[in-house]
Design a protein. Structure first.
Length: 117
């Protein structure tokens, strides 16, 4: 589990907790202003690098597929495929998190004085 609850480590934190955390980090200027859309787009890009197909990434993000077959006939929820994809995503993120940052690389910190290019 990536984000365990402080009160019950066997359960994940709620989406509201993560949302509140992001707002606090923005207010403290630890991270740049990031929208939910930015987070979804970043996840979709990284999940592609992790080897998840576009179709399964769309299904995980609850995007509607617009072809006739998907809209009219396919009523499956694809839960086994989604679970397999999330296991792959878990392995990918754990590998990223286990990499050590070189000592010469400073921690990333948002500078409020920087202008977006």
């Amino acid at each position: 589990m990536v984000f365990p609850s402080a009160t019950d480590p066997t359960r994940p934190v709620s989406h509201g907790t993560l949302y509140s955390f992001m707002w606090r980090q923005r207010e403290r200027e630890v991270t740049p202003v990031v929208t939910n859309h930015d987070l979804r787009r970043t996840w979709k890009t990284l999940a592609g690098k992790a080897g998840l197909s576009k179709e399964i990434r769309d299904r995980l993000q609850n995007h509607t597929l617009q072809d006739v077959s998907s809209k009219s006939y396919d009523r499956g929820n694809y839960m086994p495929e989604k679970r397999a994809a999330m296991k792959k995503w878990n392995a990918f993120t754990r590998a990223l998190l286990s990499k050590k940052r070189p000592k010469s690389t400073p921690a990333l910190r948002y500078d409020a004085t920087e202008k977006a290019a």
